[in-house]
Design a protein around this ligand. Structure first.
Ligand code: IPM
Ligand code: MN
Length: 352
């Protein structure tokens, strides 16, 4: 019996998680689910966004299915108590240094993209984001008084060679399984951290002679993603650039409400979550798109539980409901059936 930690979180998290659980339950998989509060919900109940018990639960689980965290009402809390610390803390505690963020444009949704259909139809990018280093975790950081007496905030951008090496291997292996073309994104014209990143990528590339390695500065990468996204197959980058570029890549596909993501560690444990946030503005209205959460469950079956066939079954069911014309508001267009969050979940179950 595999153990799944279910952490729905805040905002639309519980609504979309309910749909993913509906799908998994309908498939009668041999899982034991244990739910717990995280993010703002955990802060409200226990005074901390990531209680120790939740870290322990995640560690003894085979996989973590995560919803979303964050709410405007917690924006004024000190940083260590904000909902976002739940996801950052879990990434760190489990050593989830790999973040796979596929940006796939489903043919039925081509019209929902803000780019011209011919630029995005058939788009299939895999963004590999390093997830436990960079300016997100670099020390020191804080507030201080600068030599000329002004208050300043500061953070540390850093990457050690071994951290870059291990994500490089993940990216090169992914490229080997796809088009054998890897774009590495950095800002080596300005940043020392990026020079170490680039030098390491070049060194690791020698072990993958079949893969063509291309370097792109992050500003250019942002431009290429909207100019000619289909020229990109696998893209690897650091934590901060990856955060920004993955939202951009996601939007190319029509809606960020469609995209799943996987965060993995060295031993194959993973945390699976939608690429989107908690959308507190529409929470509780039963109108959110649950497909990214459902597709996250599929990624969980594939990457942490070795259930490729079952993963494909969910992905095919999602394709079926799109072909049948079911749409939540974010992806709706003329002539389609507008459905609620729970109706979309029911449609996926019916299509399994
Ligand atoms: C993401 C989110 C997180 C990040 C936040 C919620 C801390 O934006 O998963 O992309 O910046 O990594
Ligand atoms: Mn983000």
């Amino acid at each position: 019996m595999k153990k799944i930690a279910v952490l729905a979180g805040d905002g639309i998290g519980p609504e979309i998680m309910a749909q993913a659980l509906k799908v998994l339950t309908a498939m009668k998989l041999p899982f034991e689910y244990e739910e717990a509060l995280v993010g703002g919900a955990a802060y409200a109940a226990f005074g901390h966004p990531l209680p120790k018990e939740v870290v322990e639960l995640a560690k003894r689980s085979d996989a973590v299915l995560f919803g979303a965290v964050g709410d405007f009402k917690y924006d004024t809390l000190p940083r260590h108590l904000r909902p976002e610390q739940a996801i950052l803390g879990l990434r760190k505690a489990l050593g989830l240094f790999v973040n796979l963020r596929p940006a796939v444009c489903f043919p039925e949704l081509t019209a929902a993209s803000s780019l011209k259909p011919e630029l995005v139809s058939g788009l299939d990018i895999l963004l590999v984001r390093e997830l436990t280093g960079d300016v997100y975790f670099g020390q020191p950081r804080g507030k201080r008084i600068s030599p000329d007496g002004a208050e300043e905030g500061f953070d540390t951008m850093r990457y050690a060679v071994p951290e870059v090496e291990r994500i490089a291997h993940v990216a090169f292996k992914a490229a080997m399984g796809r088009n054998k073309h890897l774009v590495s994104v950095d800002k080596a014209n300005v940043l020392e951290t990026s020079q170490v990143w680039r030098d390491t990528m070049i060194r690791v590339s020698k072990e993958y002679p079949e893969v063509t390695l291309e370097h792109m500065y992050v500003d250019n990468a942002a431009m290429q993603l909207v100019k000619a996204p289909k020229k990109i197959d696998v893209m690897v980058t650091g934590n901060l650039f990856g955060d920004i570029l993955s939202d951009e890549a996601a939007m190319l596909t029509g809606s960020i409400g469609m995209l799943a993501s996987a965060a993995l560690n060295e031993i194959g444990q993973g945390l699976f979550e939608p690429s989107h946030g908690s959308a507190p503005d529409i929470a509780g209205m039963n109108i959110a798109n649950p497909l990214a959460q459902i597709l996250s469950a599929a990624m969980m079956l594939r990457y942490s539980l070795g259930m490729e066939e079952e993963a494909v079954r969910i992905e095919n069911a999602v394709k079926t409901v799109l072909a049948q014309g079911y749409r939540t508001g974010d992806i709706w267009s003329e002539g389609c059936k507008k459905v609620s969050c729970s109706e979309m979940g029911d449609a996926v179950v019916a299509a399994l």
